[in-house]
Design a protein around this ligand. Structure first.
Ligand code: HEC
Length: 614
């Protein structure tokens, strides 16, 4: 056994020998500084203002726990291959100058609920990502009038580990939350007490989804996808796992978009971090293709699976003695959208990773809901081949595409809406800063497009828009604007024409939380009758008047707060990716996003807001 373990370690070293030749020859002791120079510096010390790689100083601000987490189970795990736990901790200390919290398993939660209340669904629930399977992110029954929004105050706050977490799903008196530190919780929606916590095997970034399930005594199951690319089903009452289905086995695949539930089937999207293999000479680049898998919610059985890029990757070019494979890419970062009338499913894709042309990247694609067969697709940006740090110039790493595109993924779901008068429309925004209106009844014919922001590798229009019956609400981040001025802000567009009804440019503030202090509207937007919520990287969550864009309410999630589970002075931080979910008069939003600040020791806080905090 021992011998095998040693061989394993050698294999791990030789795997990355190309990337870090010095390491392979060296004895175990490498100083954190040398490790950093060999493994990290090429990206983190050369990050330009037009790159999404956080510079070293930014990493330092994100806190030691975040670095340990990122290297042991997060997106930077491949960069730490062969590093021991102690070396990873030393690296975190070297970068931040701070000691990470001891990596012990979480103990029992201090605020367990006194009783196991039954799960009773209500008309005002918010289940999963988009509020409904059409991904409108519009809550028609929030239990909260727009006139009362200015009176919103913290009802309770709950601190939990992890960042880049899922949104809260609300079913009656329970909410379900997930975390990329591998925790899934069921909390009481009114008090934040803990019904149960599940310690998952991998990071969970997708939002929990709840469905009826005959296996559970309460007749409810909760589902989440983890970064091991599994879909898990558990008893919603207890958190006990019913089944786990492996959705995909790609080494760089991750689960980001929340599965969409419709008619007893979960439609599960896949995404990937293959975009960061730029300097890994031993990595076979590139092979990931985004896919949708339809899985029976009761049994976990796969009904069908469709790759966005239908053609399997094959060798298309050699660089030196290295074979390069393609096509690859078209990751699906957001929840699919269901069209019950035409029995279709719509999803949007990210960029490509190779020079091989494909019409499936940066595209909106329609599938037959029953078979998964492609019906139509609309490609917004052609030939957008992108790996982080590639320049397209001579001397770039072998994995790089020869022609490098703008990194204009679709990071959000398409929204399906019926206009007054009966005509239907599919709307979506892209990282290019452009919003689109397509005709689902004419195979995706473009009805309008409107460029609102400058766009760039972190968006542009990023994680989610919302739409009521007449308007689309679009947040634009422009965290890094390429080729023009940054125009972060929030827009209301006429749903039928795409014309601007109002616009509200990002409000600059002095941040009470460290990190990128920018009014970047990257997080998903949420709408209720008369009001629109939009969060920013500088830790503000605001509500706007849906008709005029006037700010109704402004909350700073970067200020210390005492939590119901016993943390004094916890700090939430940056709001990104997820938007608020609203039900039964309460607005839930988690704050804290890695890479962009949010509290020295990696606090991550879920806020529940209600009128006067009652
Ligand atoms: C090939 C380029 C590359 C190398 C090498 C690299 N990084 Fe990164 N790193 C990135 C990029 C790109 C991101 C941003 C990822 C994103 O956009 O989600 C990032 C993000 C991070 C983050 C933010 C955490 C997160 O979860 O978003 C940390 C911490 C980090 N890197 C640490 C390191 C350390 C420590 C090393 C060396 C052991 C390293 N990185 C090596 C490219 C690199």
């Amino acid at each position: 056994m021992k011998k095998l373990a040693i061989f394993g370690a050698i294999a791990a070293f030789s795997l990355c020998a190309g990337m870090i030749p010095a390491l392979a020859q060296q004895a175990a002791r490498v100083s954190p500084h040398d490790q950093y120079m060999q493994r990290c510096s090429s990206c983190h010390d050369t990050a330009s203002s037009e790159d999404r790689t956080p510079p070293k100083a930014q990493l330092a601000l994100s806190g030691p726990d975040n670095i340990v987490e990122s290297l042991t189970r997060g997106v930077m795990k491949p960069m730490a291959e062969g590093m021991s736990e102690a070396e990873i901790v030393a690296m975190a200390v070297y970068i931040t100058g701070k000691q990470p919290l001891p990596k012990v398993a979480l103990g029992p939660d201090p605020n367990l609920c006194p009783t196991q209340d039954p799960i009773v669904a209500s008309k005002t629930d918010w289940n999963g990502w988009g509020m409904d399977a059409q991904n409108t992110r519009y809550q028609p029954n929030p239990g909260l009038a727009a006139a009362d929004v200015p009176k919103l105050k913290v009802k309770w706050a709950f601190a939990y580990p992890g960042k880049k977490n899922g949104q809260a799903t609300i079913i009656g008196n329970r909410i379900f939350i997930s975390s990329n530190a591998g925790k899934v919780y069921s909390l009481n929606a009114q008090t934040g007490c803990v019904y149960w916590r599940h310690d998952a095997v991998g990071a969970v970034r997708t939002s929990p989804v709840v469905a009826r399930n005959s296996k559970s005594p309460s007749k409810w199951a909760v589902y989440w996808a983890d970064d091991r690319m599994n879909l898990n089903a558990a008893d919603a009452m207890t958190g006990k796992i019913f089944w786990t289905t492996s959705v995909e086995k790609h080494p760089r695949g991750v689960m980001t978009g929340t599965p969409t539930l419709h008619d007893g089937v979960l439609y599960v999207p896949t995404s990937s971090m293959e975009e960061t293999v730029t300097n890994e000479t031993a990595y076979v680049c590139c092979t990931f293709r985004g896919s949708i898998t339809a899985i029976d919610a009761r049994t976990g059985k796969v009904k069908w699976k469709t790759y966005a890029i239908e053609e399997a990757p094959k060798v298309h070019r050699t660089a030196g003695n290295k074979n390069l494979l393609g096509p690859a890419g078209a990751a699906i970062w957001a929840s699919p959208t269901i069209d019950t009338k035409l029995k279709r499913l719509y999803f949007a894709t990210g960029d490509g990773y190779t020079d091989v042309k494909t019409d499936a990247t940066d595209a909106i694609i329609a599938l037959d809901l029953r078979t998964g067969k492609k019906v139509w697709s609309y490609q917004a940006t052609e030939n957008d081949a992108f790996l982080v740090g590639c320049t397209g110039r001579a001397g770039q790493p072998a994995n790089c595409p020869l022609t490098v595109g703008p990194d204009h993924d679709f990071g959000q779901s398409a929204i399906l809406r019926t206009l007054p008068g009966g005509k239907r429309i599919l709307v979506i925004g892209q990282k290019s800063g452009t919003a689109y209106g397509l005709d689902p009844d004419q195979n995706g014919k473009v009805l309008w497009q409107n460029k609102l922001g400058t766009g760039g590798p972190l968006g542009g229009i990023q994680w989610g828009s919302a739409a009521d019956a007449t308007k689309m609400y679009v947040a634009n981040a422009d965290t890094i604007a390429v080729g023009g001025p940054a125009k972060p802000g929030l827009w209301a567009l006429d749903l039928a024409t795409g014309k601007i009804v109002w616009e509200k440019l990002g409000i600059r503030v002095t941040c009470s939380s460290p990190g990128r202090c920018t009014p970047s509207h990257s997080a998903a937007v949420t709408a209720i009758p008369g009001a629109v919520f939009s969060g920013t990287l500088d830790a503000h969550l605001r509500a706007y008047d849906a008709n005029t864009g006037a700010v109704l309410w402004d909350f700073d999630a970067g200020k210390p707060v005492d939590t119901v589970n016993g943390q004094k002075g916890a700090i939430g931080g940056a709001i990104d990716a997820t938007g608020p979910t609203v039900a039964n008069g309460i607005v839930y939003q988690h704050a804290g996003y890695s890479g962009y600040g949010g509290g020295a020791n990696g606090n991550n806080v879920l806020f529940a807001f209600s009128v006067d905090g009652k």
